[in-house]
Write a protein that binds this ligand. Structure first.
Ligand code: BG6
Length: 484
């Protein structure tokens, strides 16, 4: 990391995201020495009137990872909390941001008396409706002005708009204030260990290179399930729905990494160029390739509209028009209040031609990458059943991260991504043109849902979702294998 003063400003500091994700991620970076106290100061900014200690008290309980009892841990917590200062102000007031700038400058003067540049990182843990005004205020009052160099960067969370036109409008507003190198659009799925592993897996293993195409792969599923509903977030969720909340961003990013061509290098621009190119080859989604669901009881939430048409579940088959993937369905599936919590990629290979073992009924080769929980990769293979008979069974080559990498702590997605923003590495962040194509893919479908032309099918909480989704899966060519 560069040296010099670093000011991290968490806007929306009193909110849920800041408390549950941003501050804990900063704390873990602090614990690992990435935020040296002689250089770093953290500012919380929000409308709520709070003292510095008031904010610290709110955060304290969220920093643990199961080792709260140790004295080393409590010492680290208090050292970290001492780095935090709170500034209260509204999101469109000159006074508030002038005050914030004054506090940052004071900190910079005290730290920069000896050497170094000034780095200012603004993390917007806020609803997107206030992004434009907050960014305007930052631009007007809080930019790094140091002669010694440095930078100003902003980090924004999804949802980046609600459809193509609103996303484009938001991008244009931010684009007038900051250049693309200053804007970090976070998609936290890009910070997950096994998502980051996808390019390595595909492009550093000779084994996969010749197999990863329409000649060998029958279908690919990218699945996200949660075993809880929209508890406490009904108001937000009802406005967005599962496609905007999960599929258009998290699953689409995974989809890119699974299916895009090899970038010419690992430079962020090269990777993002490939993603854009790939997304441009996705065909418009047809109605018959979509199943929507809404869990029973969703509308009991008082913050959800009584006649809500918002899907809490969706399966969509995406089809690609390029040389590698023509004819291979990619099934993107996400749902809330299902029977389990899991995110995984399932690559199902075609049947073996001329099957002399008659083992087809046992299933196909399948390569599964489990992003969470308990990260793992396994390959389903047909092997000879051990023993005297010549019969076959399905077995697995299994790489479970917990067993294989005992003692290695897998960093949280936010931790890794915040470190990237400090390092200035945009590889795992969404570029403006990439966001535009992502919205282009889903906007026609979303508008049809918003207009009530497509309706979600009710499903029982704790179930697999609507049975129509399983039927769609079979129509797309997925064959259920045995043993799992
Ligand atoms: C968020 C969504 O982006 O991702 C939530 O808004 C969802 O609805 C969450 O629960 C899932 O993240 P993870 O990392 O727990 O899979």
């Amino acid at each position: 990391l560069e040296s010099g003063c670093l000011s991290i400003v968490v806007l929306g500091a009193s909110g849920d995201l800041a408390k549950k994700k941003t501050f804990p991620a900063l704390f873990h970076l602090f614990q690992q020495g990435f935020l040296p106290p002689n250089e770093v100061y953290i500012f919380g900014y929000a409308r709520t009137k709070l003292s510095d200690d008031g904010l610290r008290d709110r955060i304290r309980g969220h920093l643990g990872k199961g080792n709260e009892a140790s004295s080393e841990f409590s010492e680290a917590v208090s050292k970290f909390l001492q780095l935090i200062k709170y500034v209260s102000g509204s999101y469109d007031s000159d006074e508030g941001f002038k005050l914030l700038d004054k506090e940052i400058s004071l900190h910079e003067q005290s730290k920069n008396s000896h050497e170094g540049s000034s780095r200012r990182l603004f993390y917007l843990a806020l609803p997107p409706s206030v992004y434009p005004s907050v960014c305007k205020m930052i631009r007007k009052h809080c930019m790094n002005q140091s002669d010694l160099g440095g930078w100003t960067r902003i980090v924004v969370e999804k949802p980046f708009g609600k459809d193509l036109s609103s996303a484009e409008e938001l991008s244009a507003q931010l684009g007038e204030l900051f250049n693309e190198q200053q804007i970090y659009r976070i998609d936290h799925y890009l910070g997950k260990e096994l998502v980051q592993n996808l390019l390595v897996l595909r492009f550093a293993n000779r084994l996969f290179l010749p197999l990863w195409n329409r000649d060998n792969i029958d279908n690919i599923q990218i699945v996200f399930r949660e075993d809880f509903g929209t508890e406490g977030r009904g108001g937000y969720f009802d406005e967005y729905g599962i496609i905007r909340d999960i599929i258009q961003n998290h699953l689409l990013q995974v989809f890119c990494l699974v299916a895009m061509e090899k970038p010419i290098s690992l430079k962020p621009e090269h990777i993002r160029d490939e993603k854009v190119k790939f997304l441009q080859s996705v065909l418009p989604i047809k109605d018959e390739d979509v199943v929507l669901g809404q869990y029973e009881g969703y509308k009991d939430d008082p913050t959800v509209s009584k006649d809500s048409n918002t899907p809490t579940f969706a399966t969509a088959v995406l089809r690609i028009h390029n040389e590698r993937w023509e004819g291979v369905p990619f099934i993107l599936k996400a749902g809330k209040a299902l029977n389990s919590r899991k995110a995984e990629i399932r690559v199902q290979f075609k049947d073996v031609p001329g099957d002399i073992f008659k083992c087809k009924k046992q299933g196909r080769n399948e390569f599964v990458i489990r992003l969470q929980p308990s990260e793992a990769m396994y390959m389903k293979l047909t092997v000879k059943q051990p023993g005297l008979e010549m019969s076959t069974i399905q077995s697995e080559l299994d790489l479970s991260y917990r067993q294989r990498y005992q003692g290695v702590t897998i960093p949280e997605a936010y931790e890794r991504l915040i470190l990237d923003t400090i390092r200035g590495d945009q590889q795992h962040f969404v570029r403006r043109d990439e966001l535009k194509v992502a919205w282009e893919i889903f906007t026609p479908l979303l508008h049809r849902i918003d207009d009530g032309e497509l309706k979600p099918i009710p499903y029982k909480p704790g179930s697999r979702g609507p049975k129509e989704a399983d039927e769609l899966l079979s129509r797309a060519g997925y064959v259920q294998t045995h043993g799992y």
